[in-house]
Ligand binder design. Structure first.
Ligand code: HEM
Length: 245
Protein backbone atom coordinates (compact mmCIF):
# COMPACT_ATOMS: atom_id res chain seq x y z
CA UNK A 1 0.00 0.00 0.00
CA UNK A 2 1.46 3.42 -0.95
CA UNK A 3 1.31 6.65 1.03
CA UNK A 4 -1.30 7.91 -1.44
CA UNK A 5 -3.94 5.29 -0.51
CA UNK A 6 -3.21 5.20 3.20
CA UNK A 7 -3.71 8.49 5.08
CA UNK A 8 -2.06 7.00 8.22
CA UNK A 9 1.20 6.40 6.28
CA UNK A 10 1.03 10.01 5.07
CA UNK A 11 0.64 11.26 8.68
CA UNK A 12 3.58 9.07 9.79
CA UNK A 13 5.79 10.38 6.97
CA UNK A 14 4.87 13.95 7.86
CA UNK A 15 5.69 13.33 11.56
CA UNK A 16 9.04 11.80 10.55
CA UNK A 17 9.94 15.09 8.84
CA UNK A 18 9.57 16.91 12.21
CA UNK A 19 12.06 15.27 14.60
CA UNK A 20 11.10 17.48 17.58
CA UNK A 21 7.43 16.50 17.25
CA UNK A 22 8.37 12.85 16.77
CA UNK A 23 10.49 12.85 19.95
CA UNK A 24 7.65 14.48 21.93
CA UNK A 25 5.08 11.99 20.61
CA UNK A 26 7.34 9.09 21.55
CA UNK A 27 7.67 10.56 25.02
CA UNK A 28 3.91 10.79 25.65
CA UNK A 29 3.01 7.53 23.90
CA UNK A 30 1.57 4.84 26.24
CA UNK A 31 4.21 2.37 25.06
CA UNK A 32 7.00 4.73 26.12
CA UNK A 33 5.39 5.42 29.49
CA UNK A 34 4.82 1.71 30.02
CA UNK A 35 8.39 0.73 29.22
CA UNK A 36 9.73 3.53 31.46
CA UNK A 37 7.55 2.32 34.38
CA UNK A 38 8.27 -1.33 33.64
CA UNK A 39 12.01 -0.66 33.74
CA UNK A 40 11.59 0.65 37.30
CA UNK A 41 8.78 -1.54 38.71
CA UNK A 42 9.09 -4.75 36.63
CA UNK A 43 5.36 -4.93 35.79
CA UNK A 44 5.86 -7.51 33.05
CA UNK A 45 7.58 -9.93 35.38
CA UNK A 46 4.92 -9.46 38.12
CA UNK A 47 2.11 -10.00 35.58
CA UNK A 48 3.86 -13.05 34.15
CA UNK A 49 4.16 -14.57 37.61
CA UNK A 50 0.55 -13.71 38.50
CA UNK A 51 -1.13 -14.86 35.29
CA UNK A 52 1.00 -17.64 33.83
CA UNK A 53 0.06 -20.81 35.60
CA UNK A 54 -0.17 -24.21 34.00
CA UNK A 55 -3.63 -25.62 34.42
CA UNK A 56 -4.50 -29.28 33.82
CA UNK A 57 -6.26 -30.21 30.56
CA UNK A 58 -9.47 -31.29 32.36
CA UNK A 59 -9.93 -27.66 33.52
CA UNK A 60 -11.28 -26.94 30.02
CA UNK A 61 -14.53 -28.78 30.88
CA UNK A 62 -17.62 -26.60 30.50
CA UNK A 63 -18.86 -27.16 34.05
CA UNK A 64 -15.62 -25.61 35.29
CA UNK A 65 -16.69 -22.30 33.73
CA UNK A 66 -19.68 -21.88 36.07
CA UNK A 67 -17.66 -20.13 38.81
CA UNK A 68 -16.07 -17.86 36.19
CA UNK A 69 -19.52 -17.05 34.76
CA UNK A 70 -20.70 -16.06 38.27
CA UNK A 71 -17.68 -13.76 38.53
CA UNK A 72 -18.42 -12.12 35.13
CA UNK A 73 -22.00 -11.55 36.29
CA UNK A 74 -20.76 -9.95 39.51
CA UNK A 75 -18.61 -7.54 37.46
CA UNK A 76 -21.73 -6.77 35.37
CA UNK A 77 -23.62 -5.98 38.61
CA UNK A 78 -20.89 -3.59 39.78
CA UNK A 79 -20.71 -1.68 36.47
CA UNK A 80 -24.48 -1.43 35.87
CA UNK A 81 -25.10 -0.75 39.60
CA UNK A 82 -22.74 2.25 39.60
CA UNK A 83 -24.51 3.61 36.49
CA UNK A 84 -27.96 3.15 38.12
CA UNK A 85 -26.77 4.87 41.31
CA UNK A 86 -26.11 8.01 39.25
CA UNK A 87 -29.89 8.58 38.99
CA UNK A 88 -31.42 6.44 41.76
CA UNK A 89 -32.91 8.27 44.77
CA UNK A 90 -33.28 6.12 47.92
CA UNK A 91 -36.54 7.52 49.32
CA UNK A 92 -40.09 6.20 49.39
CA UNK A 93 -41.33 9.17 47.36
CA UNK A 94 -38.62 9.37 44.71
CA UNK A 95 -37.29 5.81 44.24
CA UNK A 96 -39.80 4.55 41.69
CA UNK A 97 -39.88 7.87 39.80
CA UNK A 98 -36.08 7.94 39.58
CA UNK A 99 -36.05 4.42 38.09
CA UNK A 100 -38.83 5.38 35.64
CA UNK A 101 -36.62 8.28 34.59
CA UNK A 102 -33.71 5.86 34.04
CA UNK A 103 -35.92 3.55 31.93
CA UNK A 104 -37.60 6.24 29.84
CA UNK A 105 -35.17 9.13 29.52
CA UNK A 106 -31.57 8.32 30.50
CA UNK A 107 -29.32 7.20 27.63
CA UNK A 108 -29.35 3.36 27.46
CA UNK A 109 -31.11 3.44 30.86
CA UNK A 110 -33.58 0.70 29.92
CA UNK A 111 -30.76 -1.64 28.92
CA UNK A 112 -28.68 -0.89 32.02
CA UNK A 113 -31.61 -1.43 34.42
CA UNK A 114 -32.56 -4.72 32.75
CA UNK A 115 -28.92 -5.88 32.72
CA UNK A 116 -28.76 -5.20 36.47
CA UNK A 117 -32.09 -6.89 37.23
CA UNK A 118 -31.42 -9.98 35.09
CA UNK A 119 -27.74 -10.06 36.06
CA UNK A 120 -28.67 -10.32 39.76
CA UNK A 121 -30.91 -13.35 39.23
CA UNK A 122 -28.50 -15.01 36.79
CA UNK A 123 -25.62 -14.52 39.19
CA UNK A 124 -27.45 -16.42 41.94
CA UNK A 125 -28.44 -19.11 39.43
CA UNK A 126 -24.82 -19.54 38.29
CA UNK A 127 -23.51 -19.57 41.87
CA UNK A 128 -25.97 -22.38 42.66
CA UNK A 129 -24.99 -24.31 39.50
CA UNK A 130 -21.31 -23.84 40.38
CA UNK A 131 -22.01 -25.06 43.91
CA UNK A 132 -23.81 -28.13 42.51
CA UNK A 133 -20.83 -28.86 40.22
CA UNK A 134 -18.46 -28.63 43.19
CA UNK A 135 -20.78 -30.83 45.28
CA UNK A 136 -21.20 -33.59 42.66
CA UNK A 137 -17.45 -33.58 41.98
CA UNK A 138 -16.89 -33.94 45.75
CA UNK A 139 -14.47 -31.01 45.39
CA UNK A 140 -15.39 -29.80 48.90
CA UNK A 141 -13.38 -32.61 50.51
CA UNK A 142 -9.95 -32.27 52.11
CA UNK A 143 -7.94 -30.07 51.44
CA UNK A 144 -10.65 -27.81 49.89
CA UNK A 145 -12.87 -27.30 52.95
CA UNK A 146 -11.92 -23.62 53.18
CA UNK A 147 -12.77 -23.05 49.50
CA UNK A 148 -16.22 -24.48 50.25
CA UNK A 149 -16.62 -22.32 53.38
CA UNK A 150 -15.57 -19.14 51.56
CA UNK A 151 -17.97 -20.13 48.74
CA UNK A 152 -20.85 -20.58 51.19
CA UNK A 153 -20.18 -17.09 52.57
CA UNK A 154 -20.16 -15.79 48.96
CA UNK A 155 -23.56 -17.39 48.38
CA UNK A 156 -24.94 -15.69 51.52
CA UNK A 157 -23.59 -12.32 50.38
CA UNK A 158 -25.04 -12.85 46.87
CA UNK A 159 -28.45 -13.59 48.46
CA UNK A 160 -28.12 -10.48 50.66
CA UNK A 161 -27.45 -8.42 47.50
CA UNK A 162 -30.66 -9.85 46.00
CA UNK A 163 -32.73 -9.22 49.16
CA UNK A 164 -31.57 -5.62 49.68
CA UNK A 165 -31.82 -4.80 45.96
CA UNK A 166 -35.38 -6.16 45.70
CA UNK A 167 -36.84 -3.37 47.86
CA UNK A 168 -35.07 -0.49 46.11
CA UNK A 169 -37.66 0.17 43.32
CA UNK A 170 -40.26 0.65 46.12
CA UNK A 171 -43.17 -0.61 43.99
CA UNK A 172 -45.92 -2.98 45.16
CA UNK A 173 -43.93 -6.15 44.39
CA UNK A 174 -40.85 -4.81 46.17
CA UNK A 175 -42.80 -3.67 49.24
CA UNK A 176 -44.90 -6.81 49.79
CA UNK A 177 -42.07 -9.17 48.86
CA UNK A 178 -39.75 -7.53 51.39
CA UNK A 179 -42.51 -7.48 54.02
CA UNK A 180 -42.94 -11.26 53.68
CA UNK A 181 -39.23 -11.82 54.37
CA UNK A 182 -38.87 -9.22 57.16
CA UNK A 183 -41.92 -10.82 58.84
CA UNK A 184 -40.05 -14.14 58.85
CA UNK A 185 -36.92 -12.46 60.23
CA UNK A 186 -39.01 -10.88 63.03
CA UNK A 187 -40.28 -14.33 64.02
CA UNK A 188 -36.77 -15.73 64.61
CA UNK A 189 -36.45 -16.94 68.21
CA UNK A 190 -34.69 -14.61 70.69
CA UNK A 191 -32.98 -12.30 68.16
CA UNK A 192 -35.98 -11.73 65.83
CA UNK A 193 -36.99 -8.34 67.21
CA UNK A 194 -33.45 -7.05 67.42
CA UNK A 195 -32.67 -8.16 63.85
CA UNK A 196 -35.86 -6.59 62.54
CA UNK A 197 -35.09 -3.26 64.23
CA UNK A 198 -31.51 -3.31 62.93
CA UNK A 199 -32.48 -4.15 59.35
CA UNK A 200 -35.68 -2.11 59.01
CA UNK A 201 -35.01 0.73 61.43
CA UNK A 202 -38.20 -0.23 63.34
CA UNK A 203 -40.93 -2.87 63.22
CA UNK A 204 -42.26 -1.67 59.86
CA UNK A 205 -40.81 -1.52 56.35
CA UNK A 206 -40.55 2.26 55.95
CA UNK A 207 -38.50 5.21 54.69
CA UNK A 208 -35.76 4.18 57.15
CA UNK A 209 -35.71 0.67 55.64
CA UNK A 210 -35.10 1.87 52.10
CA UNK A 211 -32.09 3.98 53.10
CA UNK A 212 -30.68 1.12 55.19
CA UNK A 213 -31.14 -1.34 52.33
CA UNK A 214 -29.55 1.12 49.90
CA UNK A 215 -26.54 1.60 52.21
CA UNK A 216 -26.17 -2.18 52.64
CA UNK A 217 -26.61 -2.86 48.91
CA UNK A 218 -24.17 -0.22 47.63
CA UNK A 219 -21.77 0.52 50.48
CA UNK A 220 -21.47 -2.49 52.78
CA UNK A 221 -22.01 -5.68 50.74
CA UNK A 222 -19.50 -4.86 47.95
CA UNK A 223 -16.79 -4.44 50.63
CA UNK A 224 -17.70 -7.85 52.05
CA UNK A 225 -17.94 -9.53 48.63
CA UNK A 226 -14.61 -8.37 47.18
CA UNK A 227 -12.32 -9.63 50.00
CA UNK A 228 -14.31 -12.90 50.08
CA UNK A 229 -13.82 -13.32 46.31
CA UNK A 230 -10.11 -12.56 46.73
CA UNK A 231 -9.87 -15.21 49.47
CA UNK A 232 -11.84 -17.75 47.35
CA UNK A 233 -9.51 -17.26 44.38
CA UNK A 234 -6.31 -17.20 46.46
CA UNK A 235 -7.24 -20.57 47.99
CA UNK A 236 -8.20 -22.04 44.58
CA UNK A 237 -4.89 -20.88 43.15
CA UNK A 238 -2.91 -22.32 46.01
CA UNK A 239 -4.68 -25.72 45.93
CA UNK A 240 -5.36 -25.96 42.18
CA UNK A 241 -8.55 -27.36 40.67
CA UNK A 242 -9.51 -30.80 41.90
CA UNK A 243 -9.36 -33.82 39.58
CA UNK A 244 -12.80 -34.73 38.18
CA UNK A 245 -14.30 -37.88 39.68
C1 HEM B 1 -19.93 -15.29 43.69
C2 HEM B 1 -19.76 -16.55 43.96
C3 HEM B 1 -18.64 -17.45 43.47
C4 HEM B 1 -17.67 -17.22 42.51
C5 HEM B 1 -17.48 -15.97 41.64
C6 HEM B 1 -16.85 -18.41 42.45
C7 HEM B 1 -15.80 -18.59 41.57
C8 HEM B 1 -15.06 -19.77 41.47
C9 HEM B 1 -14.13 -20.07 40.40
C10 HEM B 1 -13.81 -19.14 39.22
C11 HEM B 1 -13.59 -21.30 40.65
C12 HEM B 1 -12.58 -22.08 39.79
C13 HEM B 1 -13.28 -22.72 38.58
C14 HEM B 1 -14.52 -23.49 38.92
O1 HEM B 1 -14.43 -24.49 39.66
O2 HEM B 1 -15.60 -23.05 38.47
C15 HEM B 1 -14.19 -21.78 41.89
C16 HEM B 1 -13.86 -22.99 42.51
C17 HEM B 1 -14.45 -23.48 43.69
N1 HEM B 1 -15.54 -22.92 44.32
FE1 HEM B 1 -16.41 -21.15 43.87
N2 HEM B 1 -17.32 -19.32 43.37
C18 HEM B 1 -18.41 -18.78 44.00
C19 HEM B 1 -19.20 -19.41 44.96
C20 HEM B 1 -18.98 -20.68 45.49
C21 HEM B 1 -19.87 -21.41 46.35
C22 HEM B 1 -21.26 -20.91 46.76
C23 HEM B 1 -19.24 -22.56 46.71
C24 HEM B 1 -19.71 -23.66 47.61
C25 HEM B 1 -20.38 -23.47 48.72
C26 HEM B 1 -17.94 -22.58 46.07
C27 HEM B 1 -16.98 -23.54 46.22
C28 HEM B 1 -15.89 -23.73 45.40
C29 HEM B 1 -14.92 -24.82 45.49
C30 HEM B 1 -14.91 -25.95 46.55
C31 HEM B 1 -14.04 -24.66 44.43
C32 HEM B 1 -12.83 -25.59 44.07
C33 HEM B 1 -13.35 -26.55 43.02
C34 HEM B 1 -12.30 -27.54 42.58
O3 HEM B 1 -11.16 -27.47 43.03
O4 HEM B 1 -12.67 -28.37 41.73
N3 HEM B 1 -17.82 -21.43 45.31
N4 HEM B 1 -15.06 -20.84 42.36
Amino acid sequence: MTEDDNPWLRVKAWIAQHPELERWLRFVSPAFLYSALDERLAFDEALRQALHKRIPGFARRRTLCLGGAALVLFVNQVVTGVLLAVYYKPSTEAALASLRFVEQQAALGFLIRQMHAWGGSLMILFVLLHMARVFFNKAYRHPRELTWVSGTLLLLVALAFGFTGYLLPWDQTAFWGTLAITDLIGKAPLVGNLLLTLICGGRQVSELTISRFFALHCLVLPWVMVPLLAAHFAIIRRLGISQPM
